[in-house]
Design a protein around this ligand. Structure first.
Ligand code: AR6
Length: 172
């Protein structure tokens, strides 16, 4: 049984086993949520990322969480699609991000995980559609993770995620 909760706030404040960051292929850090996670984890995160990069769009890779506050043990880096109108497999790539993160979490025996709204910032994925994909993919992925926080950094994203959760409930 996996519980999905929508949370408003900064993902670096999450009390979970693993925090997901919306990275780029280099895993060296960037802007947005990736900036916040690298700031909180310290410079060893970029070193560890560089050692395992590249991470292709739709994939996910884990490193230690370094200076992130315990109990956070891992950062799971996933690379979303750059939105290019929607006809280039962006939705499938985004779904793959959530699926792969949960697979990696299972391999690490992670029980709780926090996701940002992958690809909806710099990468430009329409947030309503991204919210539905996030919820639908998580619900259809078999996982041992028992608690999933979908972390919204703004109220609009929060409301879209809550709506997606309800819509998904009704369609089940
Ligand atoms: N906590 C939670 N969510 C956040 C935070 C935070 N501290 N900061 C921003 N967000 P983005 P992308 C939200 O742009 O679109 C980077 O440079 C933000 O409001 O961080 O996947 C990477 O290195 C938005 O809803 O990620 C890549 O180059 C969501 O996180 C590129 O950006 C995702 O926005 C990836 O772009």
């Amino acid at each position: 049984m996996t519980l999905i909760e929508v949370v408003l706030g900064d993902i670096t404040d999450e009390i979970v086993d693993a925090v997901v960051t919306a990275a780029n292929e280099s895993l060296l850090g960037g802007g947005g949520v990736d900036w916040a996670v690298h700031q909180a984890a310290g410079p060893r995160l970029a070193q560890a990322g560089a050692a395992i990069a590249p991470c292709l769009p739709g994939d996910a890779m884990a490193t230690p969480a370094f200076d992130l506050t315990p109990p956070v043990k891992y950062v799971i880096h996933t690379v979303g699609p750059v939105w290019d109108g929607g006809a280039y497999g962006e939705a499938d790539t985004l779904a793959s991000c959530y699926r792969r993160c949960l697979q990696v979490a299972d391999e690490l025996q992670v029980r709780s995980i926090a996701f940002p709204a992958v690809a909806t910032g710099v990468y430009g994925f329409p947030p309503a559609s991204a919210a539905r994909i996030a919820v639908a993919t998580i619900r259809s992925t078999r996982t041992s993770v028992s608690l999933i926080h979908l972390v919204a950094f703004d109220q609009a994203t929060h409301d879209l995620l809550v709506e997606a959760t309800r819509t998904e409930d009704l369609s089940r």
